[in-house]
Ligand binder design. Sequence first.
Ligand SMILES: [Zn+2]
Length: 440
Amino acid sequence: MKAVNMAGRMLLVLVKIILVLFIGLIAYFLAEPLWNRYVVYPELEEERTRLWRSYKKPEQFIPHADFKGVLHSHTYRSHDSRGILEEIIPAAKKAKLNFIFLADHRMADLDTFPRGIHGTFEGILIESGTESPGASMMVTPLRSVVLDWAKDRSQLMHEVVKNNGMVFYLHSEDEHDWGNPDYQGMEIYNIHSDLIDEKSPLKFLINGMINSGVYRHWSYRELFDEQTKIVALWDSLNNHRRIVGMAAVDAHNNQSLRARYTKNDMVEWVGPNAKTLSVNKPGWKEKLILGKPDIAGWAFKMELDTYFHSFNFANTHIFGDSLSSRSLKNELVKGHAYISFESLAQASGFQFFTSDSSGKVNAIVGDSVQGKNAVKLSAVSPYPVRFELFRNGKLIDSQEDRYAYEFKVRDKKGNYRIVARLKFRNQWLPWVYTNPIYVF
Ligand SMILES: [Zn+2]
């Protein structure tokens, strides 16, 4: 009798321990997302509304339009995305994009161009391009050519650039031939590069699921870290020649669980990385959770990285005169561009330039200018920011809470670039990174 009692008591203790551990585990994973939902994100949202109200349209100093878009995005033409134009265009319109430069994964050894989606769709310019395997790069030939990936890589790059195409290095955290003389630029920010450095992807995922509603733009931003190593590499490369910095969304819209009916009344379940999980007859589960199919046919969707949230995350602004692939590419490779994190605030209107002794603008981001002619560096912003001025990668000056910034060059040669930060919850978050102005 005693032995039975003893065993019963031990079992009870064991159950209690398991229960406590279980509750502890749930609390560990849920405490932060819930704190975010009810405390942090409403505060951030309020501050953002206040910030947006402080908008002041800056005077236009740079005599070009500011085209906002995204670079390095994927569609169903990549093995790991199912994205179609019917999903991409509405997201791009909502994010107020002017252009999308695609970088779909290479399909075959011989890649034909233009073979992807390209043209203007409801006012949004789309240009096709390929993301090469291995040391990855975005190849955008802008004309009808056949790329032979079996060729020596540097020869292929040389040919594309010689024929007025564009080659940008992607995933700057990886090994690349940085000394190659032909590539024109590199990613100084990529959402995917930033995601893979998360210490606790599970926490990010749970937070994203719990805060997938009105605060999704904040939960998505939890992955953000300043890419100091990559930016330092970019600075060092610019000591040798102009290497343009751009932001990449690497949007796949593929971190999700989705389901749709197939033609023969089966249900296809699609999981992360756009992989088919199963194709089965609709059972009780499907009857319970599948609704009316959306425009892409999805009758059920639980997703983290929607096209809109990616398109509204990391943008590249290009100064130019016409919204065409050729013109945007020509301006981009000149470095007439800056990057911004638009879920914080829209950056259009931001400018960085030099002027001569009479006050005339004589160089904009990406340009080279003689020291004796670049009397003053100026930057203007539509929101109050902390302006940080870097020369050859070193922070040399900063000013807080300002719409405009000026710096006397005094013939001091070097590569000057600006980082502008916005204040949220007493932290200055990086918002804009300009390409350098090269003072020689
Ligand atoms: Zn990619």
